[in-house]
Ligand binder design. Structure first.
Ligand code: SF4
Ligand code: SF4
Length: 94
Protein backbone atom coordinates (compact mmCIF):
# COMPACT_ATOMS: atom_id res chain seq x y z
CA UNK A 1 0.00 0.00 0.00
CA UNK A 2 2.74 2.47 0.92
CA UNK A 3 5.36 1.24 -1.52
CA UNK A 4 4.77 3.72 -4.34
CA UNK A 5 4.98 6.65 -1.92
CA UNK A 6 8.51 5.91 -0.81
CA UNK A 7 11.10 5.68 -3.53
CA UNK A 8 14.07 5.85 -1.18
CA UNK A 9 13.27 6.18 2.50
CA UNK A 10 15.29 8.88 4.18
CA UNK A 11 16.60 10.26 0.91
CA UNK A 12 15.63 13.81 1.89
CA UNK A 13 18.36 13.70 4.52
CA UNK A 14 20.83 14.23 1.71
CA UNK A 15 19.12 17.53 1.01
CA UNK A 16 18.34 19.33 4.20
CA UNK A 17 15.01 20.85 3.38
CA UNK A 18 13.74 21.69 6.84
CA UNK A 19 13.85 25.44 6.58
CA UNK A 20 10.13 25.44 5.86
CA UNK A 21 7.15 23.52 7.22
CA UNK A 22 3.39 23.83 7.12
CA UNK A 23 1.82 25.54 10.11
CA UNK A 24 1.52 22.29 12.03
CA UNK A 25 3.94 19.71 13.29
CA UNK A 26 3.54 16.27 14.81
CA UNK A 27 3.59 15.51 18.48
CA UNK A 28 4.33 11.94 19.46
CA UNK A 29 2.25 11.39 22.56
CA UNK A 30 4.13 8.25 23.57
CA UNK A 31 1.15 6.89 25.47
CA UNK A 32 -0.49 4.24 23.32
CA UNK A 33 2.26 3.48 20.82
CA UNK A 34 2.51 -0.19 19.92
CA UNK A 35 5.75 0.15 17.99
CA UNK A 36 4.24 -0.82 14.63
CA UNK A 37 6.55 1.63 12.77
CA UNK A 38 3.87 2.57 10.25
CA UNK A 39 4.63 6.23 10.93
CA UNK A 40 8.29 5.63 10.03
CA UNK A 41 7.33 3.85 6.84
CA UNK A 42 4.86 6.47 5.65
CA UNK A 43 6.93 9.56 6.38
CA UNK A 44 8.02 10.94 3.00
CA UNK A 45 10.96 12.71 4.61
CA UNK A 46 12.25 9.65 6.43
CA UNK A 47 12.68 11.80 9.49
CA UNK A 48 10.95 9.64 12.11
CA UNK A 49 13.21 7.50 14.22
CA UNK A 50 12.86 5.00 16.98
CA UNK A 51 14.78 5.62 20.15
CA UNK A 52 15.21 3.52 23.22
CA UNK A 53 12.16 1.75 24.61
CA UNK A 54 10.24 2.20 21.35
CA UNK A 55 10.03 5.94 21.73
CA UNK A 56 9.32 7.47 18.35
CA UNK A 57 10.23 11.03 17.50
CA UNK A 58 10.84 13.06 14.40
CA UNK A 59 13.60 15.40 13.34
CA UNK A 60 12.02 18.81 12.90
CA UNK A 61 14.86 19.92 10.66
CA UNK A 62 13.35 17.68 8.00
CA UNK A 63 9.66 17.36 8.94
CA UNK A 64 7.33 19.19 6.55
CA UNK A 65 4.22 18.89 8.66
CA UNK A 66 2.36 16.84 6.08
CA UNK A 67 0.46 14.98 8.80
CA UNK A 68 0.72 11.53 7.26
CA UNK A 69 2.23 10.06 10.42
CA UNK A 70 -0.74 11.24 12.47
CA UNK A 71 -3.18 10.05 9.83
CA UNK A 72 -1.90 6.48 9.70
CA UNK A 73 -1.12 5.87 13.37
CA UNK A 74 -3.51 3.07 14.39
CA UNK A 75 -3.40 4.12 18.05
CA UNK A 76 -3.89 7.86 17.44
CA UNK A 77 -0.64 8.38 19.30
CA UNK A 78 0.51 11.13 16.97
CA UNK A 79 -1.31 14.44 16.80
CA UNK A 80 -0.63 17.54 14.77
CA UNK A 81 -0.10 20.75 16.68
CA UNK A 82 -0.10 24.30 15.43
CA UNK A 83 3.34 25.88 15.46
CA UNK A 84 1.82 29.00 17.09
CA UNK A 85 0.51 26.97 20.02
CA UNK A 86 3.93 25.35 20.49
CA UNK A 87 5.67 28.70 20.52
CA UNK A 88 3.14 30.11 22.98
CA UNK A 89 3.64 27.13 25.29
CA UNK A 90 7.42 27.54 25.27
CA UNK A 91 7.03 31.29 25.89
CA UNK A 92 4.79 30.54 28.89
CA UNK A 93 7.48 28.33 30.39
CA UNK A 94 10.05 31.17 30.37
S1 SF4 B 1 4.37 15.34 9.50
FE1 SF4 B 1 5.00 14.34 7.56
S2 SF4 B 1 7.15 14.91 7.35
FE2 SF4 B 1 6.62 15.31 9.48
S3 SF4 B 1 7.18 13.45 10.60
FE3 SF4 B 1 5.00 13.26 10.01
S4 SF4 B 1 5.00 12.16 8.05
FE4 SF4 B 1 7.10 12.93 8.41
S1 SF4 C 1 2.28 4.54 13.88
FE1 SF4 C 1 1.69 5.13 15.96
S2 SF4 C 1 1.62 3.19 17.08
FE2 SF4 C 1 2.81 2.82 15.22
S3 SF4 C 1 4.95 3.21 15.81
FE3 SF4 C 1 4.16 5.13 14.99
S4 SF4 C 1 3.44 6.24 16.82
FE4 SF4 C 1 3.65 4.10 17.40
Amino acid sequence: MFGPLISKPGSSRKNKTGSWRTEVRPKFLQKNCIGCKICMLICPEGCISEGENKVFTCDFLFCKGCGLCAQVCPKKDVIMEKEDAIQEKSRDKK
